[in-house]
Design a protein around this ligand. Structure first.
Ligand SMILES: Nc1ncnc2c1ncn2[C@@H]1O[C@H](COP(=O)(O)OP(=O)(O)OP(=O)(O)O)[C@@H](O)[C@H]1O
Length: 496
């Protein structure tokens, strides 16, 4: 039996290397980061997966299915991710990006990997359990989230990102499904794609979910960095306000098209490198003027709009870093309580405020929790549904595509409250998750631009807003009311 324990904490590379040696000597792999006892590192559980009672499936992703389970000894509820492919050696497991990156991270807003078990060539990750993901919350939501709720979540996620980016990692696949929520606590999950910033570009393959994919990645830049996470956060923030994806492209080319139609086409001023990237792959941007995000996201405050606007900048260098985002006025009312204060009874929420908190965060070595000022709604009543990532959302996409062909404009009232087109369509050009090679996509983008019959809009004015729907845009239709009107018509037709 082979088992790796992760109780979180600081990386002990020395111990790790020693363990690697011991493993080869004794045929044991045991590895722990900042754990409780050195001897624990060599711990070999006699019971392995028997120690867990499996309750039910809570998610089905591309690489693994996730199950709610209970540790029979401790009674602790955990999430166990059972990987779909087989692992015939520990070498393979230990080298997985998910393991490599998670073992180096200990933050209250990053989902904790508790242990790794390999049994019968099947690999299991045991994580702390979270009630649901952000996508599920949005899907089941009857009314819009408040500014305070969005603020609370984003503040925490930006803290996780600041921590992660500072340590030289970026996530690369941020999306609502990878943000796990328990009550008002949110954690970043799924580090399957996390990459060390010091790892050497060019990055020739990229896997991420299209709707949150940064333009530089869409345009096949081989050098990108943590700014891709900031772009994704801009898109996610907008979606939290509207309950609709901001850039729901149905292909990579359509993704760029959607982005252009919202933030306006890039030019020499906004992103000269982008023009070069496009030129290199013979891609021609459709010409759009930008639409004020305040029009598309009417329920968001001015501060929120300002932050989303800067996050969704064409030029990665113009996007704020996570640490900078934490200092944005949108988070002015947020509080970061350092661990030293939090351990005392009734840890005050009064100090320090967002900016100070963010600054303190830089110096803090370890975190024991995060809080934000405005009390957000409790989600304890939120239903837990199996995630609709992967296959299920692919089905949604397939349905959407089928519907699109038959009928371009659908009545929103006839649709479920939250049914955006799915992200992952393995049958399409862009699988959204499958590993792709640069040249493939380059060719496809070029083909689509010049050969698909799509007419790039020539300095088109933004499509008019209509009461009840903005036909031609990606589908942001929400009025100022916090309630979602059921009478709106909603166009799913992708322009072009
Ligand atoms: N710790 C957890 N607690 C509760 N649910 C979880 C946990 N981890 C994952 N899940 C659920 O399982 C789903 C899939 O998990 P995950 O994203 O890790 O798998 P994946 O195969 O990498 O998926 P993807 O297709 O997004 O890459 C998540 O969206 C979430 O709903």
């Amino acid at each position: 039996m082979l088992q790796v324990n992760f109780d979180g904490g600081f990386a002990e590379e020395l111990i790790y290397n020693l363990l690697q040696t011991l493993r080869s000597l004794f045929g044991i792999i045991a590895h722990q980061v900042g754990g409780t006892s050195f001897w624990n590192l060599l711990y070999c559980s006699p019971a392995k997966m028997d120690r867990y009672k499996i309750i039910k499936e809570v998610g089905d992703g591309t690489f693994g299915s996730v199950w709610r389970a209970i540790n029979k000894q401790s009674g602790e509820v955990v999430a166990i991710k059972k990987m779909k492919r087989k692992y015939y050696s520990w070498e393979e497991c230990i080298n997985l990006r998910e393991v490599k990156s998670l073992r180096k991270m200990n933050h209250p807003n990053i989902v904790k990997l508790k242990e790794v078990i390999r049994e019968n060539d099947i690999l299991y990750f045991v994580f702390e359990y979270m009630e649901c993901n952000l996508y599920q919350l949005m899907k089941d939501r009857g009314k819009l989230f408040s500014d305070a709720e969005v603020r609370n979540w984003c503040f925490q996620v930006f803290q996780a990102l600041a921590y992660m980016h500072q340590r030289g990692y970026f996530h690369r696949d941020l999306k609502p499904e990878n943000l796990l929520v328990t009550k008002d606590l949110i954690k970043v999950a799924d580090f399957g794609l996390a990459r060390e910033t010091c790892s050497q570009p060019p990055y020739t393959e990229y896997v991420s979910t299209r709707w949150y994919r940064a333009p530089e990645v869409l345009l096949q830049s081989s050098i990108y960095d943590s700014a891709v996470d900031m772009w994704a956060m801009g898109a996610i923030m907008a979606e939290l306000f509207t309950l609709r994806p901001l850039f729901p492209g149905s292909s990579e080319a359509d993704e760029i098209y959607k982005i252009c139609s919202v933030i306006g086409s890039p030019d020499q001023n906004s992103w000269v490198q982008g023009l070069q990237l496009a030129n290199a792959i013979k891609y021609q941007f459709p010409q759009f003027a930008s639409v004020p995000l305040s029009v598309l996201i009417p329920s968001a405050s001015d501060d929120a709009i300002d932050l989303i606007t800067s996050l969704c900048s064409w030029d990665p260098r113009k996007r704020p870093t996570a640490a900078e985002a934490l200092q944005h006025p949108f988070f002015q009312s947020c509080f970061y309580v350092p661990p030293s204060l939090r351990t005392r009874t009734g840890a005050p929420r009064t100090t320090p405020s967002g900016v100070r908190g963010a600054l303190e965060q830089k110096s803090a070595k370890k975190y024991s929790g995060t809080l934000s000022g405005p009390k957000s709604a409790s989600f304890s009543s939120a239903k837990v549904h199996p995630s609709t990532t992967g296959a299920q959302r692919k089905l949604e996409m397939d349905n959407l595509e089928a519907n699109k062909t038959n009928k371009s404009v659908k009545s929103y009232s006839k649709q479920p409250r939250y049914r955006p087109p799915a992200r992952n369509s393995p049958s399409s050009i862009d699988t959204g998750r499958a590993t792709r090679v640069v040249s493939d996509t380059t060719e496809k983008l070029a083909q689509i631009t010049f050969g698909s019959g799509r007419q790039p809009a020539k300095q088109q004015p933004p499509p008019p807003m209509k009461a009840g729907g903005w036909h031609g845009h990606s589908g942001l239709l929400l009025g100022r009311s916090n309630e979602i009107s059921s009478g709106r018509s909603y166009s799913r037709k992708v322009v072009g």
